[in-house]
Design a protein around this ligand. Structure first.
Ligand SMILES: [Fe+2]
Ligand SMILES: [Fe+2]
Length: 197
């Protein structure tokens, strides 16, 4: 697989300072939302695998990813159930909705944009799980969130590499940078809540 030069990509701007405290103050709500995000990430990977049956590298990566995200879902659900808490109803996620609107529907850009939107979403997830790992006091939760952070760090880079390998059209770094700039602005304008986004 061709390698993209990640150093040319627009840097992630840090989440608003209030975010991590808000999430830790209502940690049960955060866990419920985290569980829901993992479940959706697994579903998204499965739908990518179904939509591109001829792209075997993509199918293989998405099958592995679906299983990994579903394992994350199971782990977060175990944390919730250990606290005698069930899952919350899936909510409409304004962050993901706004980013999905940036996906161009033209056949020549659709896959590229889907992969790169997934990359910027995973990159933000990695940053936020990293903030939880850094600030939470419980050592077991610290370890858990540190492990989740490295997975999500790997995932956003995987999506960039898949874009590089599967999308001949357009300048991949330029498009990533447009979407990442949009995402940086979006994160600074959305209300801060005890949810992943
Ligand atoms: Fe995950
Ligand atoms: Fe992920």
């Amino acid at each position: 697989m061709a390698k993209s030069d990640l150093s040319k990509l627009v840097a992630l701007l840090p989440s608003p300072e209030a975010w991590v405290n808000t999430a830790l103050q209502d940690f049960e709500r955060f866990l419920q939302d985290h569980a829901s995000a993992e479940k959706k990430a697994s579903g998204m990977a499965l739908s990518m695998a179904s939509h591109y049956p001829d792209r075997l590298d993509l199918v293989s990566a998405m099958v592995d990813l679906a299983v990994e995200e579903l394992n994350h879902y199971r782990e977060v659900m175990r944390l919730l159930l250990g606290r005698k808490i069930g899952p919350s109803a899936d909510r409409k996620d304004a962050y993901v909705t706004q980013l999905n609107k940036q996906v161009r529907k033209d056949a020549e850009y659709f896959l590229l944009d889907r992969l790169l939107v997934a990359a910027v979403v995973e990159r933000r997830g990695a940053e936020r799980f990293g903030l939880i790992a850094k600030h939470i006091t419980d050592p077991e939760m610290k370890r858990f969130y540190a492990a989740i952070t490295s997975s999500e760090e790997r995932h956003w880079q995987l999506f960039v590499q898949l874009a590089w390998a599967n999308c001949a059209t357009g300048d991949i770094e330029q498009r990533f940078n447009e979407l990442a700039t949009y995402e940086n602005n979006l994160v600074s304008t959305l209300p801060v809540a005890a949810t992943l986004h």
